[in-house]
Design a protein around this ligand. Sequence first.
Ligand code: GMT
Length: 377
Amino acid sequence: MKKLKIGITCYPYVGGSGVVATELGKLLAEKGHEIHFITSSLPFRLNKLMTNIYFHEVEVNQYSVFKYPPYDLALASKMAEVANREKLDILHVHYAIPHAVCAFLAKQMVGDHLKIVTTLHGTDITVLGHDQSMSELIKFGIESSDTVTAVSNALVQETYDLLRPSKKIETVYNFIDERVYYKREDSGLKKELGIADHEKVLIHVSNFRQVKRVSDVVNCFHLIQKNVDSKLILVGDGPEMTAVCKLVSDLQLKEAVLFLGKQENLAELYSISDLMLLLSQKESFGLVLLEAMACGVPCIGTDIGGIPEVIKDGVTGYICEVGSIEEIVSKSLSLLENPEKHETFSERAISEGTARFHSSEIVKQYEDIYRSVLKKG
Ligand code: GMT
């Protein structure tokens, strides 16, 4: 089977879309495809030299005539340059804005043989899609791609409802690298973090944007720890951090909440956790749920976006209404206070996660999409 030359553009810093794009590139490279990352900086998960992977940095010149540095034009120009020189078959861009639009521009410069695959991850639809100054451009980016995918059925539907693009959008779920995310024995991490053996561990991982409703996580934990000896691990950082710290202090939870900031060794943290809480008001998939499930952590999530496609309600965790603190607390306690039930949910989280979102299956879906778009000519 012919190996492909694929350009990948994503937001390279921490965030689910950058993680998925980078992990996809790595797995495609392992399968022999030639992968060219065209991004503003080295994707953070691309931290070691790998066969078949190349990195092309987009540099923006600061001419004094420009009020704003023209990043999008620099990206389009770099995409065209790399596509021409490296004879790329495909540009796979993550996010319609600006990446699909830049890819369209590059295609105009390079020629029709260059195919564009766009993956929608959420924010460009669920947030920017509501911005009338952007929505037509997002729709244009989608319609001028050769193939469009989205990370959940919910996001596909939301895109149709909001933008009504005349383009088929396929669901391709997110995945994780199973060689990284698996349940490990605790090699003393709980102790290092000052968590007693008998204490239960709840975990939340996010970029602390308002949509993540981290204060709901803290408010739920406040009630949970009154019933069960427990600690809450908060991983990540972002705009809501100050408000969350204040809430933790107001509720006198400083001793029980561990702020770990941004972390790399998530699998180890998941492995000491008993419950994951992701209580967002917008979430197109919730990659952290899949990471936690792979490490045997049952999850409680909200009934929005793609979360109900990831957590099977009553099987691998629970789905609750956004902001329904009492319901979330009671479902959490039903797992934390019942070891047998917890064990069953934990086992199912591992098996369901690997069965429905296995990297080999998802990467194959992308390969099939690439081949079919190239076949169309
Ligand atoms: O969740 C975020 O704020 C980050 C955002 C991103 O751009 O990385 O995540 C989005 O893409 C992830 C990968 O597909 C999804 O798992 C997240 O659910 C999605 N975030 C939202 O929809 C808010």
